[in-house]
Design a protein around this ligand. Structure first.
Ligand code: ADP
Length: 415
């Protein structure tokens, strides 16, 4: 073709090409729209078909379940679920997002039998802590699998705590038990030397007292940890709790030449178990005495902060370094090992306080500075004072009826 001919062909092709391109664009667009519409219809049909496949009653049963549970089909698409399942990112009409869950459901389907596994699954988006979840998948028909989840994180934590507790406790018990055994042998060998016998006997007594204190506290703590419920809830007078707690340690205070001073608001009440609360306040008083220098004062003050009753036990003792402050509430943790042992400490007192207060819906706060002292504050939800008039016996019959209906807290564990 000549140069003139090529130019002519080029001029003729341009509009044609534009038309062709427009036509092709229209065709492709129409095809894509058609495909999308067809795909949407197919999905709707599939959904309608699959949800119709969920056996009757299953959806209602899932709706009534507290545990997370769902039914999925062979493509791991969720067809029905319980309300609690959504926190694990499972949604109706969507494919299961967790690969692990998908695998468990698939294995159950492929083998045709139930399977149970513990998986680490997240509740919610990525920063959420993975939870330990017991997963049970059971095929309910050729195509459908029922998957039931149970969050066992808390149960495992309690079990781990129990194992630690048993291990620590046996370790802590071994020391005084070993000492008792050695001292009794020593007494036997020194039978001919009365002075030696007296010396070993008094040490033996001290070890036995320590052992009894430890056993008492272990029992208290395990009772507190055994369940989250309070057994004998009543109106508790804070005045009576403080009196019993302070009186319970009067001998220790005298021996340590520490004066315990009471003050603050009177006539406040909370709901709970008087014995547990008295033991908790008593443990704080005991510590304040044990970790204070001779001749110093320990204060026990009560006040109302809005609707919270605060019982603050303050000392001017050795204080607790900041690095230890969050750990002193742990079982068997001692900031000052030597002193704790010397004063007969068990390392369980504050752990008991923490559990006792938490059981009553409260909290313990700590302020402390080394060499300046510490303030432990128990905070409990206030309750209204009981209507003592209605329970107080009528004047005429006063001599016959006792005031047993007015709660009097028992003395706490003074071990
Ligand atoms: P312990 O029986 O050893 O006193 P606790 O659980 O009552 O055990 O206390 C844990 C640790 O916290 C103690 O060993 C001690 O180091 C520290 N502690 C508790 N109360 C006080 C206090 N009032 N002043 C200084 N240290 C304290």
């Amino acid at each position: 073709m000549t140069a003139e001919g090529r130019l002519y062909a080029g001029r003729m092709q341009q509009p044609q090409l534009v038309l062709l391109a427009l036509l092709a664009g229209l065709l492709i667009g129409a095809a894509v729209v058609g495909l999308v519409v067809a795909a949407l219809r197919a999905r709707d049909r599939a959904l309608a078909q699959t949800s119709a496949e969920v056996p009757e009653g299953v959806e209602a049963m899932l709706g009534a379940m507290d545990d997370p549970a769902f039914v999925c089909d062979t493509s791991s698409t969720v067809l029905a679920l319980s309300p609690a399942a959504e926190v694990f990112g499972v949604h109706t009409g969507e494919v299961i997002s967790s690969e692990e869950l998908k695998r468990v459901a698939r294995v159950a389907r492929d083998t045709g039998s139930g399977i149970a596994e513990n998986l680490r699954l997240r509740r919610g988006a990525a920063p959420a802590e993975p939870r330990l979840v017991a997963v049970r998948a059971t095929p309910i028909s050729g195509r459908l699998t029922l998957v039931v989840l149970r969050d066992i994180t808390e149960r495992e934590r309690v079990e781990e705590m129990r194992r630690d507790f048993v291990a620590n406790t046996s370790h802590e018990l071994k020391t005084p038990v070993g000492a008792v055994s050695l001292l009794s042998e020593a007494i036997e060998f020194a039978a001919d030397d009365p002075a030696q016998v007296r010396h070993f006997a008094s040490r033996l007594q001290a070890e036995v007292t320590r052992l009894a204190a430890l056993v008492n506290r272990i029992l208290s703590l395990s009772r507190l940890q055994a369940s989250d419920e309070l057994r004998d809830v009543r109106d508790v007078s804070i005045d009576e709790v403080v009196t019993a707690a302070v009186e319970g340690y009067a001998i220790q205070a005298d021996a340590a030449q520490v004066t315990v001073v009471r003050g603050g608001t009177k006539g406040l009440w909370v709901r709970g178990e008087p014995q547990i609360l008295t033991e908790a306040v008593g443990n704080l008083v005991a510590n304040a005495i044990a970790y204070s220098p001779e001749g110093s004062k320990v204060g026990v003050g009560v006040k109302l902060d809005d609707t919270v009753v605060e019982i603050a036990v303050t000392d001017r003792g050795i204080g607790i370094p900041e690095s230890d402050q969050h750990r002193v509430f742990e079982r068997f943790y001692r900031a000052d090992q030597a002193r704790s042992r010397r004063t007969g400490g068990t390392g369980l007192g504050l752990s008991i306080v923490k559990h006792a207060v938490q059981r009553h819906g409260g909290e313990v706060r700590l302020w402390s500075r080394p060499d300046r002292g510490s303030t432990f504050t128990i905070r409990l939800p206030m309750s209204d004072a009981p209507d003592l008039e209605s329970v107080r016996p009528k004047p005429r019959r006063k001599s016959r009826k006792s005031s047993a209906t007015i709660p009097v807290p028992a003395k706490g564990d003074t071990a």
